[in-house]
Design a protein around this ligand. Structure first.
Ligand SMILES: C[S@@+](CC[C@H](N)C(=O)[O-])C[C@H]1O[C@@H](n2cnc3c(N)ncnc32)[C@H](O)[C@@H]1O
Length: 480
C-alpha cells in the first residue's frame, strides 16, 4: 500500500452499516449496497457492469408529518441512511411523501418502528433504487474489480499537487494502473491528471520521473500552501506536499524583521511565506527550473521587494550571502503588508479621487532609515536532507575578522536549520549521530544553542530531522 495524503472516502457499505449497528439488529435486516462482483473484461473497466437494484420499504407520509418522522426515536435505526440517496422522496400520488426505510420487507421492520408508522403514517409501499457506477467510491469499485488475491493491500489513497493526483503503485497493481487512474479521475472533481511516480528520482534536483495514468498530460500546477500560491512544473522541480507542516513550523520561528537565506529553496515553500510575513529573503536553488518558478512565485505572491532569487551551487551561495546582504541591505521592516483586498480598496479610493478631479496624493515610499536597514542574515535554511550536512564546511570563515563593523553585526551568529536523514531510530542516538556529522563538517563543537526536530519517517529505517543550531563563532570567523 502506498502512503496517502488523500484517503478515498468510503461509503458505509453493507459491511460498514453492519459493523456500526452490530448487536442492535440482526444481519438480515440490512441492505447489501456493496458493488456487485465484477464479471466484465479485465483490460478495461466496463462501467455498465456496476449496477445494483434495491427494493426498500417506504412509509407513505403526509407532508406536514415528514419532520416528525425524521426525528422520531423509534425510527432512528429504521430510516434509510445512505450517502447520495435521499431519505424522503415524492410519492407518485403527487400529495404525500415517501420516507424510505432500510428494510427490504415490511416484516423486517422492528416492532417499535412499525407501531409508530402504523399510527402516524398513511401506509406502506415499495420503492426501487438503482445504484450505478457513479454511486460507489473509487475504493469500492477497485475492490470489486481486482482479483481476490489483490484486494487486501489495494491502493486506498493518493497525494495531491494542484490538479495532479500522484500514486506510487506497487508492482502487482501495475497491470491495473490505467484503471486505477481512471477511477481516481472519475471520482474526484479536483483531479484532472493522474500519474504514477516511477522509482527514478533525479539525483541532483530530487524530482521524480512519472507516467501518465489518466487525464490530461498537463504538469504545470497551481498549488496552495500557507496562504501562498505556488506554480511549478511537477515533472521538473521538487515538491512534497507532506512537508507543509515543516515549512510552516520553520517560518513561524522567523521574526518579520529578520533576513533569511534559503540555500536549497526549491520553488519557495519556505522563502515565499517567510517574505509574506515580512522577512527579507535570499532564495537560491541550483535547478534552473526551480529558480524560474521561484521567481514566478515571488511575483505572484507580491513579495518581489523582499525576495532576491539566485541559481547557484549552495556552497557558493552560503559563502556570498553575508557580503551580499551587507553590501546591498534590504529596507527595514515597516509592518504587515496590505492585503490584496486592502490594496484594491486603496486603488478604488484613488480612482474615485481622480474621477472627482481631486488631487491624488503622490505615492510615498516609506522613508528608509539607514540605521534600520537589514544587512545581517539571521537564518540559513538547508533542506536537502540527503546531503545538506556536507555543505556545512562552507560556513567556515564566512565572517571576516578584520571588518569590525560587519563583525560587530554578527556578535550574534546566524541560526542554521539543516535537514538531514539518519538511520538511527531512537531519538538520543539520532541526535548524537546528526550532531557528530555536523560538528565534523563545521570543524568545531556546537554551542549549547542546538535543537532537533523529527520531521517524518521516510522509510522503515530512515528518519528525517531538522537540526537547528547557532553557527559557532569559532568556525565562522575568518582569521585575518
Ligand atoms: C529536498 S528539495 C527542497 C526544496 C524546498 N526547500 C522544499 O522544501 O520544498 C532540495 C532542493 O535542493 C536543490 N539542490 C540540489 N542540489 C543543490 C545544490 N548543490 N545547491 C543548491 N540547491 C540544490 C534541488 O534542486 C531541490 O530543489
Amino acid at each position: 500500500m502506498f502512503l496517502s495524503a488523500v484517503r478515498l472516502p468510503r461509503l458505509p457499505s453493507a459491511c460498514a452499516i453492519r459493523k456500526s449497528l452490530s448487536g442492535l439488529m440482526s444481519r438480515h435486516l440490512y441492505l447489501d449496497v456493496e458493488p456487485p462482483v465484477y464479471t466484465g473484461p479485465r483490460d478495461r473497466l466496463d462501467k455498465d457492469a456496476f449496477q445494483k437494484h434495491l427494493s426498500v420499504v417506504a412509509a407513505r407520509v403526509r407532508p406536514e408529518k415528514v419532520g416528525t418522522f425524521l426525528k422520531a426515536a423509534p425510527l432512528k435505526e429504521a430510516l434509510l441512511d445512505l450517502p447520495k440517496i435521499r431519505t424522503v422522496v415524492p410519492d407518485d400520488d403527487g400529495t404525500n411523501r415517501l420516507v424510505l426505510l432500510r428494510m427490504g420487507k415490511e416484516s423486517e421492520i422492528p416492532a417499535g418502528a412499525l407501531e409508530f408508522i402504523r399510527k402516524e403514517g398513511s401506509g406502506f409501499t415499495n420503492y426501487d433504487i438503482d445504484l450505478k457506477y457513479d454511486y460507489w467510491t473509487a475504493e469500492e469499485i477497485l475492490h470489486a474489480f481486482l482479483p481476490e488475491e489483490l484486494r487486501e493491500g489495494a491502493p486506498t489513497g493518493f497525494a495531491m499537487v494542484g490538479h495532479i493526483a500522484h500514486l506510487n503503485l506497487n508492482s502487482e497493481y501495475l497491470p491495473y494502473k490505467h484503471i486505477i487512474g481512471q477511477l481516481i479521475l472519475d471520482k474526484n472533481n479536483r483531479v484532472e491528471t493522474v500519474v504514477n511516480k516511477l522509482n527514478n528520482i533525479n539525483a541532483q534536483f530530487r524530482f521524480f520521473d512519472m507516467e501518465l495514468l489518466a487525464g490530461k498530460p498537463e504538469y504545470i500546477v497551481e498549488h496552495h500552501e500557507s496562504d501562498c500560491r505556488f506554480t511549478f512544473d511537477f515533472t521538473k522541480v521538487y515538491w512534497n506536499s507532506r512537508l507543509h507542516t515543516e515549512h510552516e513550523r520553520l517560518v513561524q520561528t522567523f521574526m518579520p524583521e529578520e533576513v533569511v537565506a534559503d540555500v536549497m529553496a526549491g520553488v519557495g515553500p519556505f522563502a515565499v511565506p517567510a517574505a509574506k510575513k515580512g522577512c527579507a529573503v535570499l532564495a537560491n536553488d541550483l535547478n534552473p527550473e526551480s529558480a524560474k518558478y521561484l521567481s514566478i512565485n515571488v511575483t505572484n505572491n507580491r513579495v518581489t521587494d523582499l525576495v532576491r532569487v539566485f541559481c547557484e551551487d549552495g556552497r557558493e551561495f552560503i559563502q556570498k550571502s553575508i557580503e551580499r546582504v551587507w553590501n546591498a541591505p534590504f529596507d527595514p521592516y515597516t509592518g504587515p503588508k496590505l492585503s490584496r483586498v486592502q490594496e484594491e480598496k486603496e486603488r478604488k479610493r484613488i480612482q474615485k479621487l481622480q474621477a472627482e478631479g481631486k488631487p491624488v496624493p503622490a505615492p510615498t515610499k516609506a522613508e528608509v532609515d539607514p540605521a534600520h536597514v537589514r544587512r545581517r542574515v539571521s537564518h540559513f535554511v538547508m533542506n536537502l536532507p540527503d546531503s545538506a550536512i556536507t555543505f556545512l564546511d562552507a560556513f567556515r570563515g564566512i565572517i571576516p575578522e578584520g571588518d569590525s563593523e560587519l563583525r560587530k553585526a554578527y556578535e550574534l551568529m546566524p541560526m542554521i536549520h539543516c535537514h538531514c536523514f539518519t538511520r538511527e531510530l531512537e531519538q538520543d542516538k539520532a541526535e548524537a549521530d546528526i550532531r557528530g556529522r555536523v560538528e565534523e563538517k563545521i570543524g568545531c563543537s556546537l554551542t549549547d544553542e542546538v535543537s532537533y526536530h523529527h520531521v517524518r519517517s521516510v522509510a522503515p529505517s530512515k528518519e528525517m530531522y531538522c537540526i537547528s543550531f547557532r553557527l559557532p563563532a569559532e568556525a565562522a570567523v575568518r582569521k585575518a
